[in-house]
Design a protein around this ligand. Structure first.
Ligand code: AMP
Length: 279
């Protein structure tokens, strides 16, 4: 496996390849969720590139850019074991060499869910993903449904800009107690870690209520009540149509629903979701 830090090195690697190239963009501190994407990419593509870049553009002023967990040595070993052929670890100046004069601005689906709490976040994600796509030029790119809104935004952007990359959404990988794997989980206190699995339990029970035909407003109320039991602050708990992210004001049998939430603990904000299709 190659570890590279410049765009030129990635291009050199890419130019020599003929088969399909799979790409897994990450912010590092890899866990089973990331590794599942790398393994899936390796199953479906001849060569797999992984990027590790904590993208300043997608963090707000009071967010955790500085304290975001990092461990390059461990990441490299895990990525290699999962099947990565290339790991691209650019630094800030490689990705943003000078003040940029153009940015991707995502217009739709960003004033809700995480977008409402994190203004500009998805513009930052879309901008860096576009840059990484242009550098790596993958055939297929793998995104986790753990970040469902991100996957939806990227799918739409790829269509809007005719970017020749197939987006492959992949299922959320969880701890045994249901907590969605996340690089940020290590920053939960012992007490928060004990309560955090209630997030998935709340989503599961909301999914069951929706499957039974309960009105979204009632499900939402109950979801909030349950999420409060985590002891964290509920940033949102919502039922939306998937993948349009439009409000689900009525039950639409046969249409997929996204049941999503964000809960803020002392230093960590966790997100999770379930996608179901009520009969
Ligand atoms: P991140 O490093 O958090 O930016 O995540 C990089 C990629 O891994 C994104 O596509 C995430 O959606 C995906 N990912 C993160 N956590 C999980 C998880 N628990 N299961 C599946 N995919 C995940």
């Amino acid at each position: 496996m190659k570890r590279v830090i410049t765009e030129d090195e990635v291009r050199k690697w890419r130019n020599g390849l003929t088969g399909n190239v799979g790409f897994v963009p990450t912010m590092g501190y890899l866990h089973e969720g990331h590794l599942s994407l790398i393994r899936r990419a390796k199953e479906e593509c001849g060569q797999v590139a992984v990027s590790i870049f904590v993208n300043p553009l997608q963090f707000g002023e009071n967010e955790d850019f500085d304290s975001y967990p990092r461990n390059e040595k461990r990441d490299l070993a895990l990525a290699e074991e999962a099947g990565a052929d290339l790991v691209f670890i650019p630094d800030g100046t490689e990705m943003y060499p000078k003040p940029m004069s153009s940015f991707i601005k995502v217009e739709k689906g960003t004033d809700v869910l995480c977008g409402a709490d994190r203004p500009g976040h998805f513009d930052g994600v879309a901008t860096v993903v576009t840059k990484l796509f242009n550098i790596v030029q993958p055939d297929r790119a793998y995104f986790g449904l753990k970040d469902a809104q991100q996957a939806a935004v990227i799918e739409t952007m790829v269509k809007d800009y005719h970017i020749p990359v197939t987006i492959v959404p992949c299922p959320t990988v969880r701890e045994e107690d249901g907590l969605a794997k996340s690089s940020r989980n290590v920053r939960l206190t012992a007490d928060e870690r004990e309560k955090a699995p209630l997030i998935y339990k709340s989503l599961t029970s909301a999914a069951e209520m929706s499957a039974r035909g309960t009105h979204p407003e009632t499900v939402k109320r109950e979801l909030h009540n349950q999420l409060k039991q985590t002891g964290g602050r509920v940033d949102y708990g919502e039922i939306r149509l998937w993948p349009s992210l439009e409000e689900a004001d009525e039950l639409h049998p046969g249409e997929p629903l996204l049941i999503a939430c964000a809960v803020r603990f002392s230093t960590v904000r966790l997100i999770d979701n379930i996608i179901i299709t009520p009969e």
